[in-house]
Design a protein around this ligand. Structure first.
Ligand SMILES: NC(=O)C1=CN([C@@H]2O[C@H](COP(=O)(O)OP(=O)(O)OC[C@H]3O[C@@H](n4cnc5c(N)ncnc54)[C@H](O)[C@@H]3O)[C@@H](O)[C@H]2O)[C@@H](O)CC1
Ligand SMILES: Nc1ncnc2c1ncn2[C@@H]1O[C@H](COP(=O)(O)OP(=O)(O)O)[C@@H](O)[C@H]1O
Length: 463
């Protein structure tokens, strides 16, 4: 609690370097954090006003005494006091409810939350402790009445509510304070991390000046079927725009020849094509499944046996491939495909993407990218939520492009987890750049065109 409160005080100093800070303390440990923050701010010479509910948590009671010892006496928390106190305040600190909150809100608390939001509307910025009060920390749900924060200092680990769905918009800018506590204390759903762009930029591979197309990654895309013949082309373009040296599309369908840089081989049947391809010398990376049609599972099973770094997307995401993944493969389901793999309703996947991504990874092996806004990347060693992108990316073909990006990075030598993490961030950044020009009208090809610029953006932060 001491460490948490100190982190809150530091954030408060940053958000409001001068003026009166009003701290709201509920009865639980979240309120205790607010009391600790008030003590640090007061000792630092700041004008603090503390409105506190009766303490129910023993550490909160202790910190009330410690606060009094430095000369600050909390006032009784009530909507009227809050309204009066918020007038002219430089900052409101919301320590009303934390992870102990379970909906529904009691009416007395709802009235306090309404006052916080009214004060914010009048111009007082709000810093939330751990989670904005009124949000349950766990799986994302439709948020009821909750504090709208400008910033949140979250403690120990990420909470799903801060990452997904409408609730996430209540938190403002979130900063994680890890706290020196045993890892076992941190709830498994809270360990999802977000990677800084600097790390992605550092991982993106550099190539020597004498690189040639044979060293920049040979990628095969296996996909396409009458009616979905564009999907492998989009993946191929995604791979080219991510620097793949040689990209060949293999299909039974006639593919639209929109990009002369892509090589295309049409095959009579997969049972004939696959042994011939294996005998011809395998590529550095594969992307399989985009628009491939009903034979996708068999094709995917065959290529997984090659043990080449492989992205499995779209039609290749079949439940009977469970356990067939190897440590160099990446599965890229959207929530509908994830639901089919897990045999659960789609709402269960979107309701708890962290748990779903972890379950998929355990089921399929390798690395899983559960796509969405944001996407979740899960591998045996961790779980990362990759924010960014733009709602304009909700359009057909966007996932095909991502599969090509992942394949290109696998082909350039990144391991599966890093390839997935870098690709998701590159794709999202390219989407942001494309959206600046096309907004909701952006299409997958626009995102592909921005991949080079996105790479430079990320590299600039990483080196
Ligand atoms: N667990 C730990 O090790 C740490 C916890 N910390 C803090 O502790 C918080 C969790 O503390 P608690 O478990 O005491 O929980 P909270 O402080 O979130 O909530 C408990 C309080 O909320 C009230 N409450 C619960 N549901 C309500 C509802 N529906 N309507 C109105 N009031 C309701 C309870 O009466 C109680 O007063 C975290 O969010 C974080 O701020 C930090 O100090 C860091 C360390
Ligand atoms: N609102 C959004 N915010 C950020 N990214 C998004 C959003 N909507 C879609 N995307 C991204 O676009 C891609 C869509 O993939 P997918 O649904 O498989 O498309 P398709 O099957 O048509 O190729 C995913 O990478 C996803 O993360």
């Amino acid at each position: 609690m001491e460490e948490a409160g100190r982190a809150v005080a530091t954030a408060a100093q940053r958000l409001a370097p001068s003026g009166r800070v009003v701290l709201l303390a509920g009865g639980g440990a979240n309120g205790g954090d607010a009391l600790v923050a008030a003590r640090h701010l007061s000792v630092a010479g700041r004008d603090v006003q503390v409105l506190a509910a009766p303490a129910t948590h023993p550490l909160t009671r202790l910190n009330r005494r410690r606060l009094k010892a430095v000369g600050v006496s909390p006032q009784v928390l009530s909507p009227a006091r809050l309204r009066a106190g918020a007038r002219g305040a430089a900052l409101l600190v919301d320590g009303l409810l934390g992870t102990g909150f379970r909906a529904p809100l009691r009416p007395s608390m709802e009235a306090l939350i309404a006052e916080v939001n009214a004060a914010r509307a009048q111009g007082a910025p709000v810093l939330a402790i751990d989670v904005p009060s009124g949000l349950e920390a766990g799986p994302a749900r439709a948020a009821g009445p909750a504090v709208q924060a400008d910033a949140t200092v979250t403690l120990m680990g990420w909470k799903p509510a801060l990452l997904f769905g409408e609730a996430a918009t209540r938190a403002g800018a979130v900063d994680l304070t890890p706290l020196s506590v045993p890892r076992a204390w941190v709830a498994p759903e809270a360990v999802a991390a977000r990677l800084p762009d600097a790390l992605i930029g550092f991982w993106l591979p550099e190539r020597p000046a004498d690189a040639h197309k044979g060293t920049a990654g040979r990628v095969w895309v296996l996909g396409g079927h009458p009616g979905t013949a564009g999907a492998p082309v989009l993946a191929g373009v995604g791979a080219l725009r991510t620097g793949a040296g040689l990209v060949t599309l293999h299909s039974l369908a006639e593919l639209p020849l929109l990009h002369p840089e892509l090589m295309v081989r049409r095959h009579p049947s997969w049972p004939e094509a696959l042994p011939a391809l294996a005998a011809s010398g395998l590529p550095d990376a594969l992307a399989v499944g985009m628009g491939l049609g009903p034979e996708a599972a068999e094709v995917a099973r065959a290529v997984l046996a090659w043990k080449v770094p492989t992205v499995l997307d779209a039609d290749a995401l079949q439940p009977d491939l469970a356990g067939a993944g190897h440590d160099r493969c990446v599965w890229t389901p959207h929530p509908g495909e994830a639901a089919r793999l897990l045999d659960v309703p789609t709402a269960q996947v979107t309701g708890d993407p962290l748990v779903s991504a972890r379950a998929l990874q355990a089921q399929m092996g390798g690395v899983v990218v559960l796509k969405g806004g944001p996407s979740v990347v899960a591998w045996s060693g961790g779980l990362v939520v990759a924010r960014g992108g733009h709602p304009g990316m909700a359009t057909a073909g966007m996932g095909d492009t991502l599969a090509g990006v992942i394949a290109a990075l696998l082909g350039q030598g990144l391991d599966a987890a890093r390839a997935a993490l870098c690709a998701v961030r590159l794709h999202a950044r390219a989407g942001e750049r494309a959206a600046a020009r096309h907004h909701y009208g952006l299409v997958a090809g626009d995102v592909a065109e921005e991949l080079g610029g996105a790479w430079l953006d990320l590299r600039a932060t990483g080196r």
